[in-house]
Design a protein around this ligand. Structure first.
Ligand SMILES: Nc1nc2c(ncn2[C@@H]2O[C@H](COP(=O)(O)OP(=O)(O)OP(=O)(O)O)[C@@H](O)[C@H]2O)c(=O)[nH]1
Ligand SMILES: [Mg+2]
Length: 310
């Protein structure tokens, strides 16, 4: 089942962002470094390009992502016009400090008393926008939390006499074009819980990681010791192995698939399995090539402003 999540407050957030864009010099788009293309909201580009604003793309949570994939994504994004991309971990003290300088380099005509530099932080939910804002200001002005849609309204602060920064609520868009993007976003905790079934997301993640990171799975869940061969397992086998290893059983004696799914997702989200990226520029290109053109077209054609799963 395809995952869609566009609650009502995001329509409001979009309108407000459009208004603020007029008085913005540069967009800082925060992406999740583990899913940099899936976590890009196409509406942000629409708004930004309408006003011809440059962008700084932050691949945040780089501490959780695979460094080789992150480098490949930086090379990819840095070829885009009017764009600079950097990888960061906003939770790491000092990592965010280079951002104002990078923004100034993209807007050389701003950053004076007469023409202060106005930066706008945008991105999908739970990617670390407010954490970035707090890091830049070096104090806790915005509430942060490991769940989507923590920030409910825009907040603007002066960084100095010549710079200001605005944090915005996480924004999704009306229709996710590729089903795998929805699952990657749900696995990375950007989608509201009411719009996903944890077991389905865990199964998607299990199959993805079995393809790309079998050795990490083997090490984390000691599959060898259970006499299991990670090379021949599928997602269902992996989740069952985790349930067995941790003795997650329900009262009726069956394996507790829900508890297993949540534990597996938590392991991925916290980095307990290792540094993982769910997509690379290459895997994305292949995914798009292999998606039936009619399905992709159908998804694009039915784009509308429907609100789903408020
Ligand atoms: N590992 C890791 N976690 C991070 C990083 N940056 C933020 N986080 C965590 O990600 C979660 C979400 O952070 P927020 O700053 O609230 O995210 P947000 O984008 O403002 O989310 P919304 O307001 O819901 O749109 C929190 O648990 C943060 O501690 C990072 O660089 N690395
Ligand atoms: Mg926030």
């Amino acid at each position: 089942m395809a995952i869609q999540w566009y609650p009502g407050h995001m329509t409001q957030a979009r309108k407000k962002a459009e208004e603020t864009m007029e008085f913005t010099d540069i967009v800082i788009e925060v992406l999740d470094a583990r899913v940099p293309a899936a976590s890009h909201n196409p509406m942000i580009d629409e708004m930004r390009l309408f006003r011809q604003r440059p962008q700084l793309k932050i691949l945040n949570k780089a501490d959780l992502a695979d460094p080789a994939a992150t480098q490949a994504w930086l090379n990819y994004f840095n070829k885009q016009p009017n764009t600079k991309a950097v990888a960061l971990s906003c939770k790491k003290p000092g990592d965010a400090n280079k951002i104002p300088k990078l923004c100034l380099a993209l807007t050389p005509h701003r950053g004076t008393h007469l023409k202060p530099l106005r930066m706008l932080i945008m991105g999908i939910p739970n990617v670390g926008k407010s954490t970035l804002m707090n890091a830049l200001l070096n104090r806790r002005v915005a509430k942060v939390g490991d769940e989507p849609a923590v920030t409910k309204s825009q907040q603007r602060f002066d960084l100095s006499d010549t710079m200001s920064i605005t944090d915005t609520p996480g924004m999704m868009w009306p229709k996710i074009q590729y089903d795998s993007d929805g699952y990657m976003l749900a696995a990375s905790h950007a989608i509201g819980r009411n719009a996903v079934i944890d077991e389905d997301v865990a199964l998607f993640l299990a199959n993805n990681l079995l393809q790309s990171y079998p050795a990490l799975l083997n090490a984390r869940y000691k599959l060898d010791a259970m006499k299991l061969d990670v090379a021949t397992m599928d997602g269902v086998d992996l989740l069952e192995a985790i349930a067995k290893r941790r003795s997650y059983k329900r009262h009726d004696g069956l394996w507790d698939t829900e508890k297993t799914a949540v534990a597996f997702l938590t392991d991925y989200r916290s980095g307990a399995i290792g540094r993982i990226s769910l997509e690379t520029p290459q895997s994305r290109e292949m995914m798009i090539e292999n998606t039936h053109p009619l399905i992709a077209q159908e998804n694009t054609a039915s784009d509308n402003e429907e609100e789903t799963n408020d």
